[in-house]
Write a protein that binds this ligand. Structure first.
Ligand code: BG6
Length: 513
């Protein structure tokens, strides 16, 4: 296949993002994995890029007793080794670490919240920012005591300051618990102050879906059931459960990846144009779309979903254990590490168009992408003379890696015959702009400090997501568990996933690279 490169029509200067407001970021779960792997490296990068307000500080909260000095040196160790931190240097770290403080406490102890309030007031008296950004880095479903404790200690108040809370997914386990959690959050915080993180929304390529769709008049007229045959959405990983066996036993791939990241990708691909690029206008359209996805009956779940679990295999020439051999995983676990679904959107634009979505761990390559397959041309003018097939165009929105977009179309093959050749117009962020844009957590942390909730999930979106996922989870509990493990690590997932598309002249794109 020939490749056509895409070039920008003007010279691009990438400006650094604007700094956030001054604030004190209070991290619950400060000695945890997320703080070490994502939050602190992202904050460090933002500080090095000059995007951090001089009045920005962190107060890490955790049960482990340690001093602020110990906290800093633990984080220094983590950040200096992290691949997420760009250009680690001792002098940059020295500047940055002076903003880090630690406070020991048990989130289940009522007195802790009064102590925290005293500490925050004392910091404020010594010149720290009055704005407070609480970051609950434990899963939102275990966050209830923290949210209630903050409310009881009146740490949710906004007079003379802003007070916001960031929550990590999963936001509940099903529709009922998701609603209950939302209620607990709303008893204490106003929805406008709640920032639910789905880090996929912070990815540059995910934001680009909206620009591609609504910034170009070329694609919008054909973006519907009249021209589109089906849409394929993939989030494949080569990693296993990475030491999170007990989390995965509880969660599984459907709750971990589909209930949020993949449904958000679907919503952005299929939603109607918002009236403006404003938080509520965008989120309103996403909610409408999510609500239009048809929930499945148990019979439909049996036919239109496939779950899988990896067995031992090879990835990049290395032997890797099966899921059931991972630490903290039961030897007869029924948790899925792979899920594939066929979903339908019941609205005028999409009636009858299947959306095939799949995600899995320990697959043959790491790739997240959305492939929009167009219908064949109505008449096969060149079918006999070309590569023997009627042309179908495919637009691939490459989320990661190799961030960019491909558009495939047919052109005349040089020569005296009317023969067609498929070419691929390729836009690559790296080749065009020299970089792929800031990592998702940097974008999202900065947005939360600037008070822009556009890229965060709203309460009704979460409930709309659970409305689709809960019937599948319930049906899976009733239906026989497939003979797990049913795919080899390093493969493209269970063979059964092919049957979702079989007989329709459609197929999943092979993941092998
Ligand atoms: C997280 C999931 O939300 O996303 C992980 O909990 C998964 O299981 C990760 O590995 C994938 O994120 P990314 O950005 O690497 O695609």
């Amino acid at each position: 296949m020939a490749v056509v490169e895409v070039n920008p029509t003007e010279k691009v200067v990438i400006e650094p993002p604007q700094a956030g407001d001054s604030c004190l970021l209070i991290i619950f779960g400060a000695s945890g994995d997320l703080t070490r792997r994502k939050l602190i490296p992202s904050l460090y990068n933002l500080a090095c890029a000059g995007c951090m307000n001089p009045g920005f500080e962190v107060l890490g909260v955790g049960r482990t007793a340690m001093s602020s000095e110990d906290f800093r040196s633990k984080l220094r160790e983590a950040v200096s080794k992290s691949s997420e931190a760009r250009n680690f240097s001792e002098s940059n770290w020295k500047d940055f670490e002076s903003r880090l403080h630690y406070f020991v406490g048990d989130i289940n102890d009522h007195q802790f919240y009064a102590n925290l309030r005293d500490r925050l007031e004392q910091m404020e008296r010594s010149g720290s920012s009055a704005n407070r950004l609480f970051y609950v880095s434990t899963p939102a479903s275990t966050a209830e005591p923290i949210i209630e404790g903050l409310g009881e200690a009146k740490l949710n108040q906004r007079e003379g300051r802003w007070t916001r809370i960031i929550l990590e997914k999963p936001f509940g386990r099903d529709l009922d618990s998701g609603r209950k959690l939302n209620q607990v959050v709303h008893n204490v915080f106003d929805e406008t102050d709640v920032y639910r993180i789905d880090h996929y929304l912070g990815k540059e390529t995910v934001q680009n879906i909206l620009v591609f769709r609504f910034g170009n008049s070329l694609f919008e007229p054909v973006w519907n059931r009249n021209y589109i045959d089906y849409v394929e959405i993939t989030a494949a990983e080569t990693v296993g459960v990475e030491g999170r066996g007990s989390f995965y036993e509880e969660t599984g791939a459907l709750r971990d990846m589909v209930a949020n990241h993949l449904l958000q990708l679907l919503a952005l691909t299929a939603m109607e144009p918002p009236i403006a690029f404003e938080a509520d206008a965008v989120r309103e359209q996403k909610v409408q779309l999510l609500r239009s996805i048809r929930p499945m009956t148990i019979e439909e779940v049996a036919q239109r979903t496939v779950r899988g679990q990896y067995g031992p295999g090879e990835i990049d020439g290395m032997h890797v254990p099966g899921y059931r051999q991972e630490p903290a995983v039961s030897t007869n676990s029924a948790a899925e590490t792979y899920a594939a679904l066929e979903l339908y959107v019941d609205n005028w634009r999409w009636a009858g168009v299947p959306f095939y979505i799949r995600t899995g761990k320990r697959l043959s390559s790491r790739v997240s992408e959305i492939r929009v397959h167009f219908k064949p041309t109505p008449q096969a003018l060149f079918a006999g003379t070309s590569h023997g097939q009627v042309a179908t165009n495919v637009i691939t929105l490459r989320i990661q890696p190799d961030d960019g977009i491909n558009i495939s179309f047919d052109v005349k093959r040089p020569g005296d015959q009317m023969r067609a050749l498929s070419v691929d117009a390729n836009f690559s962020y790296q080749a065009t702009f020299g970089s792929t844009g800031p990592p998702a957590y940097e974008t999202l942390l900065l947005d939360s400090m600037r008070g822009d909730p556009t890229l965060f999930t709203r309460r009704d979106e979460v409930e709309a997501e659970w409305r689709i996922i809960t019937p599948i989870e319930e049906a899976w509990l009733k239906l026989p568990v497939p003979p797990f493990p049913n795919y080899v690590a390093g493969s493209d997932g269970p063979m059964q996933a092919d049957s979702l598309l079989a007989g329709k002249h459609r197929e999943w794109r092979s993941l092998a690279r």
